[in-house]
Write a protein that binds this ligand. Structure first.
Ligand code: B12
Length: 228
């Protein structure tokens, strides 16, 4: 199908509808069309992909959609994100820091975490993305290996959120807590919860998370530049 005759608003509505229906072939074409019309990756995420996934989320909660349908929608979303990935990660900027990221143990949701990872890359971070279902041992091993400035943990389930505290506590036991800035996020996570588990920051969405990470790096550099 050609999307050229749809106006921009209808193109976004079509994108949301097709994401809802898990149409993995259509979404990339629509994303391309939006790009052709000069839309930015952020506008496409907000107006099409994330907006569509929000509707999926509501109907999943209300028992109208079930896991297989949501999985199809998630795959369609990922197909769209693949088109945006090079644009979100392309950066002329110098490396400003390193981040290790993962979705915590027991949790397989990775769309939001991957979005944050892509946008951090776009902002000049090197990101080591550990994927889903990551336990404390794996986080610690990656931190020892890569010596990142930032650890980012994602959780989308109320049952897996508490595992963030396990990781933070393990960092403490290993004597590594003070050397790393811990950021947490995911739909059920809140500022308060972040504080409770001993994280340094909560990222509501990808754009805010990137700002927080960047300003942390500036503070860190200023601190390192000060004479002891
Ligand atoms: C897609 C989806 C799935 C897909 C996941 C596919 C994938 N590859 O990710 C599938 C179908 C596999 C799935 C499975 C399940 N899901 Co689900 N899922 C969703 C859904 C609809 C959307 C999540 C999403 O991708 N959102 C879009 C992204 C862009 O948003 P986001 O994740 O919030 O990320 C943003 C911010 O939170 C933040 N962020 C995220 N991570 C991080 C990390 C850091 C470090 C920072 C700083 C910021 C940050 O930035 C992101 C970008 O802006 C949500 C509904 C919802 N409202 O969240 C339910 C939801 C999370 N799922 C839910 C449930 C119950 C399940 C299942 C248990 C269902 C089942 N019975 O099997 C399983 C769990 C399996 C498991 N062990 O993990 C519930 C959780 C309820 C609860 N209170 O815990 C929800 C809320 C749906 C609901 N309302 O009932 N799910």
């Amino acid at each position: 199908m050609s999307y050229t005759e749809l106006n921009l608003e209808d193109l976004y509505l079509q994108m949301q509808d097709d994401l809802y229906d898990g149409l993995k072939e259509e979404i990339p074409e629509q994303v391309q069309e939006a790009l052709r019309r000069g839309q930015t990756p952020q506008e496409i995420l907000d107006g099409g992909l994330v907006a569509g996934m929000d509707i999926v989320g509501v109907d999943f909660r209300d028992g109208i959609l079930f896991v297989p349908e949501v999985l199809m929608a998630a795959n369609a979303m990922k197909a769209g994100m693949e088109i945006l990935r090079p644009l979100l990660t392309e950066t002329g900027a110098e490396r400003i820091g390193t981040a290790v990221m993962g979705t915590v143990k027991g949790d397989i949701h990775d769309i939001g975490k991957n979005l944050v990872a892509m946008m951090l890359e776009g902002a000049g971070f090197e990101v080591i993305n550990l994927g889903i279902n990551v336990d404390a041992e794996k986080f610690i091993a990656a931190i020892k290996e890569h010596q990142p400035d930032i650890l980012g943990m994602s959780a989308l389930l109320t049952t897996t959120m508490p595992y963030m505290k396990v990781v933070v506590d393990t960092l403490g036991e290993e004597g590594m807590r003070d050397d790393i800035y811990v950021m947490v996020g995911g739909a059920p996570v809140t500022e308060n919860f972040a504080r409770e588990v001993g994280a340094d920051a909560y990222g509501r969405d990808a754009a805010v998370s990137v700002e927080i990470a960047k300003s942390y790096m500036i503070r860190r550099r200023q601190k390192l530049a000060q004479p002891a």
